[in-house]
Design a protein around this ligand. Structure first.
Ligand SMILES: *Cc1c(COP(=O)(O)O)cnc(C)c1O
Length: 365
């Protein structure tokens, strides 16, 4: 079997990149998702012709016809991943094939063409290589990569589009939540659902996020940082936050995380934490956990900690849960020991400070 050929990306350097001074200023305190690099990756897709014209070019606005079908029927998917500076000065990705595969699964759910894994991986390698000077120095700093694809065909009929654009933009980031590793307060939404059986909950599509925003606004209005969604059918089972998966740490070394039944996004951080926690000797169960049980276990002390996880914010403790029925506090209300330990285990591997027994880290240069 021959290895699939890495596609050739034509490189068109930005003729007017940020100066060293301007970049250094931006990287001093990048925040999350506001500082962008000089370049982007672009690949076109046309039915019949397939994927073509792979290139790295200056980051610039996209010219779009107002009848581009994504603007009407929302065929759009994305990924989120990071390039990390390693302890030894090299730059690495974390499980990029998992992102490539999930991107294909999301495409399938939204009736979009699947981007070959090799094109996805090469686009990531090329953009990181081209914009390597944009990785912020210091703990927590990374180059956040946002691959995405949308229907660009100019057509108002309702059917899968025949033309798509795949792109990758890159953003220099610091810590996701302002205030660092503080435990968050979350709002349990009783009015809104994120995903229903047979719906798009397991696909990383923009539409899921649009639909989650009123619930997130309610969370903010009630003094919370994030929203937690319950299952749509029974409003009983705890599913996940708007963009992070959940873990429950019980007394006696048991850890529970909701199972992937199709309404939960299969997080790569979630999958990594399950493996790491098992490696630490925890008894990890992927099983349904109800909101009532959550409150009872928090009140009885059976539940020691709850944490949320995802690429952007890594691992974040949940201190308090509020809903229209009142609120409860988990443990001391601050980030717990197991949460901190799992966060360190993961970050140490990502940063090359600890052995990588699962082969998750892919060094680029
Ligand atoms: C992206 C995402 C996650 C986290 O996935 P990671 O691969 O760990 O970054 C969790 N939930 C939702 C809804 C997401 O979109």
């Amino acid at each position: 079997m021959t290895a699939p050929q890495a596609p050739e990306f034509n490189i068109h350097p930005n003729p007017d990149p940020a100066s060293d001074d301007a970049r250094a200023k931006l990287l001093a305190d990048p925040g999350f998702g506001t500082v962008f690099t000089d370049h982007m990756a672009v690949v076109n897709y046309t039915e019949g012709k397939g994927w073509h014209n792979a290139r790295i070019e200056a980051r610039a606005p996209i010219q779009m016809d107002p009848a581009s079908s994504v603007l009407h029927y929302a065929q759009e998917i994305f990924e989120g991943m990071k390039a990390y500076k390693q302890e030894d000065g090299s730059t690495a990705l974390f499980r990029p094939e998992a992102n490539a595969q999930r991107f294909q699964a999301s495409a399938q759910r939204m009736a979009m063409p699947e981007l070959p894994e090799e094109i996805f991986l090469e686009s990531i390698r090329r953009i990181v290589e081209t914009d390597r000077s944009w990785i912020p120095p210091g703990e927590g700093g990374a180059l956040y990569l946002r691959p995405f694809m949308f229907a660009s065909e100019v057509f108002l009929g309702v059917r899968p589009a025949k033309e798509y654009l795949y792109m990758v933009i890159a953003s220099s980031v610091g810590s996701y939540f302002k205030g660092g590793a503080k435990a968050v307060t979350i709002w349990a939404s009783q009015d809104y659902s994120r995903a229903a059986p047979g719906g798009t909950g397991a696909a990383k599509c923009g539409g899921n996020y649009a639909a989650s925003l009123p619930a997130q606004a309610q969370a903010i209005a009630n003094g919370c940082d994030q929203v937690v969604f319950l299952d749509a059918a029974n409003r009983k089972w705890v599913e996940e936050l708007g963009g992070m998966n959940l873990f429950f740490v019980m007394d006696g070394g048991r850890i529970i995380t909701p199972p992937l039944t199709g309404t939960i996004l299969p997080g790569i951080t979630r999958d990594s934490i399950i493996a790491l926690a098992r490696g630490e000797g925890y008894d990890v169960h992927e099983e349904p956990y109800s909101f009532d049980q959550w409150r009872d276990d928090a009140e009885s002390g059976e539940l020691l900690e709850t944490f949320a996880c995802g690429t952007a914010a890594v691992v974040t403790g949940v201190g308090t849960v509020k809903s229209t029925d009142g609120e409860f506090t988990i443990g001391s209300g601050s980030t717990g020991q197991v949460t901190q330990k799992m966060r360190s285990r993961l970050v140490d591997i990502q940063r090359g400070r600890a052995p990588d027994p699962h082969g998750w880290v892919q060094k680029l240069f």
